[in-house]
Design a protein around this ligand. Structure first.
Ligand code: 8YV
Length: 315
């Protein structure tokens, strides 16, 4: 089993009860492509991260490979169809990160609406001169409308939090979600209607159909006080169009946990825009959840090595 990022030793020990294990030891770096290709040659199972491109070249390069186990619920870094054609199993880590990721998304919505980052900077930079009636005045969240794009488990967990804030919940997704409609009084709307809400929140997985869906046209349809939140993938958003929309006042602000290119490049225009809050892809980043995600990867790997069905294969 090859593990492409450094994970705590106790998980490696667990894996070693069934297999020989190799782990990439650089703490802050993804495995360079060449090394990933070379090290994977003899692997039966590889535990990958979002930063590893598991494409056709990679899959053709690893003759023994039985399974790719991604430490994430998303798997847009993996050519799942090609893996399937080759009889290689792909696993992900659903469910264990749902609440944590929804919690981060909801936090990001509050932080962006209430200008928390800007306000904290004001204090840190010693620029806070005193009380003013509209000092750092943001936008209410309570009782506003929210349009959730993607009503899978994370979208539904996000909607539950919105209910606690008495929000008017709308959603758009591939198929209707009757439970959310009944329990959360969420209303299924068209994509255009969704864009008219106070908070447009993307929680969807990245696919060919959803790539670039938040583009110039979409931002122009939003209201000038809409706040856009993205906890899906950077690929959903045309970043230049978002920047233009915020700078031209076509929308109020954006909170992004994901970007097209991570980490953000020096000089990226979002870094200078106070109405765009960027987080370093920390949706599932709590100790409890990362432990659970890694354990699920380890369990999947052990099942596969033992010739058993994996726990969470991508269907
Ligand atoms: C991961 C995520 O931490 O699960 C996902 O799809 O985006 C995060 O939870 C990230 O992808 C690292 O692999």
């Amino acid at each position: 089993v090859l593990v492409t990022r450094q994970i705590p030793e106790r998980f490696i020990e667990d894996l070693k009860t069934v297999a020989d294990v190799e782990m990439y030891h650089e703490k802050l770096k993804a495995m360079p492509r060449e090394e990933l290709l070379n090290e994977s040659q003899d692997a039966d199972v590889v535990i990958t991260m979002m930063s590893d491109q598991i494409d056709q070249e990679y899959l053709d390069h690893c003759p023994k490979l039985k399974a790719v186990i991604n430490l994430a619920v998303g798997y847009d870094n993996i050519d799942v169809d090609y893996a399937r054609d080759k009889g290689i199993i792909v696993c992900n880590t659903p469910d264990v990160l749902t609440e944590t990721t929804a919690e981060l998304g909801f936090t990001l919505m509050l932080v962006t609406a209430r200008r928390i980052i800007e306000a904290a900077h004001l204090v840190e930079s010693r620029e806070w001169k005193g009380w003013e009636p509209y000092l750092m005045a943001g936008k209410d969240v309570y009782r506003k409308s929210v349009g959730i794009y993607g009503m899978g488990s994370i979208g539904t967990a996000f909607a539950r939090r919105c209910k606690g804030f008495d929000m008017d919940i709308m959603y758009h997704t591939r198929s209707r979600h009757e439970e959310a409609e009944k329990e959360l009084v969420a209303k299924y709307v068209s994509f255009d209607e969704l864009l008219k809400t106070d908070y447009v929140v993307c929680t969807a997985p990245l696919t060919k159909e959803t790539e670039n869906i938040f583009n110039k046209e979409a931002f122009q349809k939003m209201n000038d006080d809409t706040i856009f939140i993205n906890i899906g993938r950077g690929g959903h958003v045309v970043e230049e169009d978002l920047l233009e929309a915020v700078q031209n006042g076509e929308i109020l602000a954006a909170g992004l946990d994901v970007l097209r290119q991570e980490p953000i490049k020096e000089g990226h225009p979002f870094l200078k825009e106070k109405n765009i809050v960027v987080l370093p892809h920390i949706g599932s980043a709590t100790v409890e959840t990362r432990d659970a995600m890694i354990q699920l990867c380890v369990d999947n790997a052990k099942h596969i090595v033992n010739g058993e069905e994996p726990k969470t294969p991508v269907k």
